[in-house]
Each structure stands twice: as structure tokens, then as C-alpha cells.
Design a protein around this ligand. Sequence first.
Ligand code: CIR
Length: 257
Amino acid sequence: MTQVAITRAVSASLGQCELTHQARQSIDLDLARKQHTKYEACLERLGCKVIYLPELPNHPDAVFVEDTAIILDEIAVITRPGAISRREEIESVAATLLPFRGLLQIEAPGTLDGGDVLVIGKDIYVGLSSRSNKQAVGQMRARIAPFGYRVHSVEVHGCLHLKSAVTTVSANTVLVNPSWIDAHLFEHYEVIDIHPSEAFAANGLLIGETVIYPITFPRTAEQLDKRGIRIEPVDLSELAKAEGAVTCCSLVFTDSN
Ligand code: CIR
């Protein structure tokens, strides 16, 4: 069994990215690319076989591959991204996934960003956000239920995606910003709250038993450390200016062949 991670090179047009909750700041493209390369090296260090997709120069947000697909053990769901500018990102990801999984596709009027989908075992939480809607949740529920998954919708307020507000940091532990979602929905897991001064700190990427985690949230990192969660620090400061975080930059799945 191999862990595979799909990543995509940073687009030259990153500066024209979609922004929802943040003001536009100038992005240092060279630095963004260097930081992204280190993130990819981190995935490799943690045992992932990385599939490097080439840059899509005219798609500023294409580096955020997470939004294009949900990869379950049994099947992959190709999304229909909420931002129209991002819809063409899915084609090459679907082609990349085809050798690994059967594919389902979210269809209009459904819209779904992978950043809104948190899979914990057989429970799939889907954020209702400015990008993902009830129709997409309905399609997920109807088409994924046969594989034994329960699909839950979660209202998201004040942030871009569900995974801006909650991610898993161990098999049974979630890291939560309770200002952006109803944290009670996750109370049957172990819960770690972010430090209140670090609003964007709830996004970590669990690979095996290690969490790839931004260096920008030391107070929350301290909480994670106290709870015995091992961190691999990365600096994605430039991609953060495009409202991206650590989960957004890869699609991680298991290849059993
Ligand atoms: C966007 O607005 O679509 C990009 N600028 C950021 C996407 C971040 N993706 C993610 O959190 N999954």
C-alpha cells in the first residue's frame, strides 16, 4: 500500500487568485514556488509518492488541487468548484485519478470545493459555504451512501471552507476553530481548540501520524504538542495570501496496487 499525493506547480498568474475573506496583497511568486517545493519535499519525507502536475498558467488557483476531487478508498468524486474561474482545473486531475479510482462527478446545479469536505472514517462532513451547496451535498449523499458513508452537512460562517475551521490531527482528534462552525457537531471526537489569537490555525494535514502544519501558529502548535500530536512544520506564507493552507495543496490517497 502506497500513500500517493497529487500536487500542482504554482501558476505564474497566482497574483490574480480568487479572494473571499482577505484583501489582495502582493505575492512573491519565487518565494511561493520555493515554499511549495519544500511542502512537496515534506510530503515525500513522510512517505508519500508525489505525482507532480504541471502548472496551469492561466488558472491562478490551480495549485490548490484539494478543491478538485474527494478521494475515498472505493471511488473518487470530481468536484464542480464553486468559483467559475476554477472549473477547468478538474479535467487534468480527473485524468490523473483515472488509473487509481472509478470517478463520480458533481453536476449542476451542485457546486463543491474539496476544501469543504472532511472525511473521518465512514463519516463525511460537507461544509455549506460560499463555494459548496445543498445540491452537492444531496448528490454526495445519494451516490456515496452505497459505499457505507454517512454524509453530514455543516454550516460554515466567516471562513472560506469547512477545512479552514476543522481538520483531523490524529485518527480520532479534530483541531477546531469554534467561531466558524458549530463545534458540537464534532464532540464525539477528541477536540483541540485553536488558540483564539490564531484564527487560521485549524488547518493541518495529517499524513500517517504526523501533521504538516504552518509555522505561523506557534500557540496552537504548542497545544498540539501538549496533546502528543507530532508536527512537521512548513512555511506557506505566500500561498496563505491567496487564502490557501496546508490541506489545499495536495490530494492524498492510498494506492493498494
Ligand atoms: C480560492 O479562493 O479558491 C483560492 N484562492 C484558495 C483556495 C484554497 N483552497 C482550500 O482551502 N481548499
